[in-house]
Design a protein around this ligand. Structure first.
Ligand SMILES: Cc1cc2nc3c(=O)[nH]c(=O)nc-3n(C[C@H](O)[C@H](O)[C@H](O)COP(=O)(O)OP(=O)(O)OC[C@H]3O[C@@H](n4cnc5c(N)ncnc54)[C@H](O)[C@@H]3O)c2cc1C
Length: 351
């Protein structure tokens, strides 16, 4: 049984998803004598798409003669791009003003959710769709190779959507996600719904008639990002803590190729006006090692859906999506609603 109570709350974390209505940017441009390869703007999908976009960015770098590259940013996109460059024989230095555990990537819920808060359907182009499909496919395959491997924090997990109506889609935890979660972007083989099983009354412990079970890939950000940092260094990488204020600052770097994975930082650094934060927030309770599933559900009396996600660093409760909010302060009202919903819902479970 999930033990969700205020006494067991250990922290509330806030992160800002780097969203662009027209989707992530993956392209090379010339800046004086440097080639800058942009790889940022992943909204709520930066843990999911990073390996694939990193591979595509590294392939763009391979078109040049040099094998020395700088990566700006040390979150999931930056670290995976750096590893993809190393795998292709590059000598890589990461430059970032913050490193794990102090990145947005560390604040992630970190499911394999490649379409969440990613793109506005009306802004998609065929060329972007193609990049997305390639990135999602590469990432999905890479994460499967890491799932269950020692010290990666990548694994498969069952999710239960406890509901009285098994046809109804899963309630969103927090406000609806901008972008195309339910759209045609994701190929069938990547959709958790493919594994969907409906459990009837008596076949599950939740306080609803049905529970819909699906399986999906998940990541533990702190374990995963530490492992990426460790591997990057093991393969000869260097990390330099440094802030860049303007593209001019890049000219002082010795590397002729610069892969830009600065996320929201690109708004001021590269003047990308389209970038907007989508604030997210998770509250954690003390971990329970025996809890091996995610669960979502709503009691008829509750306006807010309850959700829990167990990890070794805590049980994540709730989530939120607030566009345009730059504040890193926890929203106490949202925390109260998420905790109240989870306490009521899981207290009503059958033992
Ligand atoms: C609550 C929450 C839940 C989420 N759930 C999921 C999920 O389930 N699945 C999923 O795939 N994604 C999820 N995400 C989204 C995911 O976390 C982000 O897409 C991803 O972390 C963004 O990475 P980033 O590289 O843009 O940011 P970061 O991880 O912060 O990395 C940016 C890096 O760039 C550096 N930088 C920025 N500007 C500069 C500068 N001017 N000079 C030097 N360095 C600079 C920073 O210091 C940092 O090192 C979630 C996010 C949140 C907040």
């Amino acid at each position: 049984m999930p033990r969700i109570s205020w006494e067991r709350v250990i922290r509330t974390t806030v992160g800002l998803r780097p969203h662009r209505d027209s989707g992530f940017v993956l392209k090379a441009e010339r800046l004086d004598d440097k080639t800058v390869i942009h790889d940022y703007g992943f909204g709520g999908a930066g843990m999911s798409l990073a390996w694939g976009c990193g591979a595509m960015a590294a392939d763009m770098a391979l078109e040049h003669n040099t094998r020395k590259a700088a990566v700006l940013g040390c979150g999931s996109p930056g670290l995976t791009a750096a590893r993809q460059l190393q795998r292709r024989g590059f000598e890589v230095t990461i430059y970032a003003m913050s490193v794990p555990p102090d990145t947005t990537s560390n604040k992630s819920y970190a499911g394999f959710t490649p379409t969440t808060a990613l793109v506005a359907n009306e802004r998609r182009t065929p060329a972007w769709d193609e990049q997305f499909r390639q990135a999602a496919d590469l990432s999905y395959r890479q994460l499967q190779l890491l799932a269950g491997a020692p010290n990666w924090g990548v694994y498969w997990i069952d999710s239960y959507n406890a509901t009285d109506d098994p046809i109804e889609p899963r309630p969103a935890a927090g406000a609806a996600a901008p972008g195309g979660r339910e759209d045609d972007l994701l190929p069938q083989y990547m959709r958790p719904e493919r594994t969907r099983e409906v459990l009837g009354p008596g076949e599950h412990p939740f306080p609803t008639r049905y529970a819909v079970r699906t399986s999906s890939l998940a990541i533990e950000p702190s374990i995963y990002l530490d492992k990426l940092v460790g591997d990057f260094i093991l393969f000869g990488g260097k990390i330099v803590v440094r802030k860049f204020d303007t593209p001019r600052d890049l000219m002082s770097l010795p590397e002729p190729i610069v892969v830009n994975c600065t996320g929201l930082g690109s708004k001021s650094l590269f003047n990308d006006e389209e970038l907007v934060p989508i604030k997210g927030q998770l509250t954690f309770c003390i971990p329970q090692s025996e809890l091996k599933y995610r669960a979502f559900g709503r009691l008829p009396t509750s306006a807010v859906a309850a959700s829990i996600s167990p990890r070794s660093d805590g049980i994540g409760v709730g989530n939120m999506m607030e566009r345009g909010n730059w504040s890193l302060d926890p929203n106490l009202e949202v925390r109260q609603q998420n905790m109240d919903a989870a306490i009521q819902f899981f207290a009503a479970m059958r033992a």
